[in-house]
Design a protein around this ligand. Structure first.
Ligand SMILES: Nc1ncnc2c1ncn2[C@@H]1O[C@H](COP(=O)(O)OP(=O)(O)OP(=O)(O)O)[C@@H](O)[C@H]1O
Ligand SMILES: Nc1ncnc2c1ncn2[C@@H]1O[C@H](COP(=O)(O)OP(=O)(O)OP(=O)(O)O)[C@@H](O)[C@H]1O
Ligand SMILES: [Mg+2]
Ligand SMILES: [Mg+2]
Lengths: 259, 259
């Protein structure tokens, strides 16, 4: 029975989508069945697999707004990653975004109900959220078993962690008592920057053992994904970024088997 | 009479706040009177000047929700930048964010009316928007004379530019016929990354002379701002980041005097 993990951060550009794509790919390469759900109206997740926002297909929007069965909006990700599936957001206009968010504002459990039907088919379901804490992120936290917060290794991102914790506690109190912390992931750690060591120390001091041991380094190879339209392990397994996500997947599987 | 410029991008982490802070500081150091308005519920702008979200003061929230006069929520930015003022968002909880956005959803011209009163007091008013296109960003586009789009020099950011253009055209058609393009700014250009030259070329090909000649390089010195609580020109005028924002300010002043 799969676990649903929401990837959230109010701060933009911290590696939410990159973590969904690369962690998902690594876990699926290690024989786990993984589903990635694009919650973000930006459609960034879809772009990483060539399921462009100009496509003719349907996606999460049609499931949420029109009640289309979620099995109809699941797409394969990549020929070499048969265990990795994608649900693209498919939100293309401001009007569609209004309808998409409006449906979740009206019924906060809607996403949870939609995903219940496929939960048994996957080991991990990652929800790639937009950089905000209100809907669609709130609905993702209601549907999730736990949440993962990427923290860019910089002061601006560190300062917003408290807000995610508060928002998650509120969802736990009002809507979803099982919501737990999957973990905090330090991303884009840049060896060149003088503040990196200090920021890592402060994050570990503040969040203790809820921070993954694996740190994702800043690696320009990862920024090529939207252009190559595949995860980094498919085109450069030896890059620092790929090796870090492989290590993170191993760390997660070791922790899960120990539970 | 000042011009109101909304700084927008649906993509997160592309340098919206950094551009507001540093461009604003440079223009004010060049004797222009500048106001920065924190539209983003994250309160990132306030943090860059030590007006923390834990503060006891009032901000844009109180003007928008409670009708407090905007002159009451204007704060000085920095002892050495007397011509640079700040309006912090002051949105601290999800409830407040709901009230803040709800007020603008109900009356799309609200922000425009609030800012009209101070427009004559400044040469430039920059609105630092969150990474989304619906409110509060829509209200910012309604209030603005023009908009500035930072484009992080990476594929993921480039792909979302079309959406900003479409959203701005819609606001122009329905609410604000004077809304023009202030310019597109390439940010975080990393000399180490192989794709930088290609991405710059594609951006210039697609957006032509609406792209500023000045490019902001990736410079870790800029990421220290939330910790130092002052713009980069106040602590490292010779850094690549500071020199680039000084050059951008000069480019803008030259263009404005030519108009
Ligand atoms: N470890 C890394 N090293 C270098 N670049 C990275 C890394 N991780 C992600 N990137 C790049 O940084 C940018 C931001 O990453 P990404 O889009 O995954 O963040 P996000 O949190 O999903 O952003 P948003 O808030 O817009 O949803 C992208 O251009 C991505 O390619
Ligand atoms: N040119 C640059 N070089 C290196 N780091 C930068 C640069 N500009 C901004 N940064 C850093 O990158 C991160 C993102 O920048 P910033 O917060 O200004 O982006 P934003 O678009 O306002 O993000 P959000 O979408 O969350 O509002 C911050 O940690 C900032 O300090
Ligand atoms: Mg994303
Ligand atoms: Mg910002």
């Amino acid at each position: 029975m799969g676990q649903i993990i929401a990837i959230v951060s109010q701060k933009g550009g911290v590696g939410k989508t990159s973590t969904a794509v690369n962690l998902g790919a690594c876990l699926s390469a290690m024989k786990k069945r993984v589903l990635l759900v694009g919650m973000d109206p930006q459609c960034g997740l879809a772009r990483c697999f060539g399921l462009d926002d100009t496509g003719a297909g349907i996606g999460l929007l049609e499931s949420i707004r029109d009640g289309v069965a979620v099995s109809e909006v699941i797409y394969p990700s990549h020929a070499r990653l048969p265990r990795l599936d994608i649900i693209p957001a498919n939100v293309r206009t401001m009007t569609e975004e209004g309808q998409y968010i409006g449906s979740m504002d009206r019924e906060i459990n809607l996403l949870s109900r939609v995903l219940e039907r496929v939960k048994p088919d996957y080991d991990y379901i990652f929800l790639d959220c937009p950089p905000r804490l209100n809907n669609p992120t709130q609905a993702a936290l209601v549907a999730a078993d736990s949440y993962l917060v990427p923290i860019q290794c910089e002061y601006a991102s560190m300062a917003t962690v408290g807000r995610v914790l508060r928002a998650a506690l509120e969802v736990r109190r009002l809507h979803n008592a099982r919501l737990g912390i999957f973990g905090f992931l330090i991303t884009m750690a840049d060896k060149r920057a003088a503040f990196t060591v200090k920021v890592v120390q402060e994050i570990r001091l503040y969040l203790k053992d809820r921070v993954f041991r694996t740190i994702i380094p800043r690696d320009p190879k990862l920024a090529e994904i939207p252009n190559r339209r595949e995860p980094v392990i498919a085109y450069d397994l030896q890059s620092p970024g790929a090796r870090a996500y492989v290590q993170l997947a191993r760390e997660i599987l070791a922790a899960d088997s120990g539970r």
